[in-house]
Write a protein that binds this ligand. Structure first.
Ligand SMILES: [Cu+2]
Length: 128
């Protein structure tokens, strides 16, 4: 039996210059990925969260007339499109990473949905 030692004398010359892939300094955020593991707390008063999981939280919000309601959008794009009833506020176009407020100046129940995600809907019930 002949044992042949085959030594690969390959010398890898590391290109030291650029330090390839300089570790990007990510600004802390890094909340990408869409893993769904993002921890989003409980909405403050008079606030509706448009969640990445295609739900509005709370699904029903009760307010008094002339209350300003804030819709908060996270990394996932949603919109708030109100059913056509008298006194509804203006729709909120596709948004993410922002908060948009709407004042409800008319009593009634205002149902809305996100047209991007079937079944994603909620309502604001405006009482006296
Ligand atoms: Cu949506």
């Amino acid at each position: 039996m002949r044992i042949r030692s085959f030594v690969l004398g390959v010398v890898v010359v590391a290109l030291g210059g650029c330090g390839g892939g300089s570790s990007a300094t990510s600004p802390g955020g890094g909340s990408g990925g869409g893993g769904g593991g993002t921890t989003i707390g409980t909405p403050p008063a008079n606030t509706v969260f448009a969640l990445p999981g295609s739900q509005f939280n709370p699904p029903t919000l009760n307010v008094t007339v002339n209350t300003s309601v804030t819709f908060t959008f996270f990394t996932t794009t949603h919109n708030v499109t109100f059913d056509v009833v008298t006194g509804r506020p203006a729709d909120i176009p596709n948004s993410n990473g922002t908060s948009v407020s709407r004042t409800f100046a008319t009593q009634g129940t205002f149902t809305y949905s996100c047209t991007l995600h079937p079944g994603m809907s909620g309502s604001v019930v405006v009482g006296p």
